[in-house]
Design a protein around this ligand. Structure first.
Ligand code: 76R
Length: 249
């Protein structure tokens, strides 16, 4: 058996994708829609206030394409709190007009591939901060997709010796680092939690950088040979006013 990679876990994550039932929404009385939006704004404002105290992370995004209309990103202390995040939205009137086309449950994961031997990662404040990732304010765009490491024939990530995995991840990290300041990544592990092994959440100031980075990584051996990808979602952060304008009661 090859040596499992040591991981450090941080906050739990819920990527809660929602689509509007536009027909039902447009058919509803104006008063009902206004009330639903006002109630949702109250919830959203409360979550934003908690986010400011850094006791949780909350972000709202509009999603391009047909796969979803909105994405609510939650990072929280425990699975119970992630359950609460879903329930809080579900309890609103607005949720009666929404479907859940996709969701993803995972936990912030830092792996030990590139850590310096003999050091305690939990003594590095930068690493500790990454366990509780805030929404990067200067990067309004988001890209989310789940992925696996392949286990097919000779291309089996989980049978590679640790030393080879470290080498491959070094090259991956170098490609990633060349996007410093342009793309911020949050890797969340989801083995045992959801249908893929990791969730990849990327933030950028310029959405084109998602394409550049993901494309460049396809040529990194670790992605070229060992990565399988799920559905991709891309969108833009929305204030509560922007969500309200999008829904236009
Ligand atoms: O955490 C670190 O910054 C150290 C280096 C590093 C690790 C260990 C790193 C850097 N990643 C790590 C782990 Mn990554 N990453 C992805 C994807 O689309 C694709 O081809 C793959 C999806 C992207 C775009 C990306 C970006 N990374 C991982 C893991 C866990 C692997 C395991 O445990 O087997 C996955 C699944 C994964 C996938 N990575 C970076 C980036 C970027 C931009 C960086 C540089 C970050 C920085 O230096 O700030």
């Amino acid at each position: 058996m090859s040596e499992p990679t040591q991981t450090i876990e941080g906050w739990y994550a819920l990527h809660d994708f929602r689509s509007m039932d536009w027909r039902a929404w447009h058919a509803a009385d104006l008063g009902v829609r206004q009330e639903a939006l006002a109630e949702w704004r109250e919830l959203s404002a409360r979550l934003r206030a908690y986010d400011e105290t850094r006791s949780l992370t909350y972000g709202a995004y509009r999603i391009a394409g047909h796969k979803a209309d909105l994405l609510f990103v939650h990072f929280r202390e425990s699975l119970e709190e992630v359950l609460a995040a879903k329930a809080e939205l579900q309890a609103t009137k607005l949720a009666d007009f929404m479907t859940s086309p996709y969701s993803y449950v995972s936990i912030v994961e830092l792996s030990s591939y590139l850590s310096k031997p003999g050091t305690d990662p939990l003594e590095d404040p930068r690493l500790v901060a990454r366990l509780h990732p805030a929404i990067p304010q200067e990067m309004p765009h988001i890209c989310f997709y789940p992925m696996n490491k392949r286990r097919v024939g000779n291309d089996n990530w989980y049978m590679l010796p640790m030393s080879e995995r470290v080498e491959l991840m070094k090259s991956h990290g170098l490609t990633g680092r060349s996007y410093a300041g342009k793309v911020t990544q949050v890797i969340t592990g989801s083995v045992g939690f959801d249908d893929w092994e990791w969730g990849v959440t990327l933030y950028a100031g310029d959405p084109l950088q998602f394409k550049k980075l993901v494309y460049e990584m396809r040529f990194d051996e670790v992605s070229a040979r060992y990565a399988d990808f799920g559905p991709f979602y891309v969108g833009t952060r929305a204030t509560d006013d922007e969500v309200a304008a999008y829904l236009q009661p």
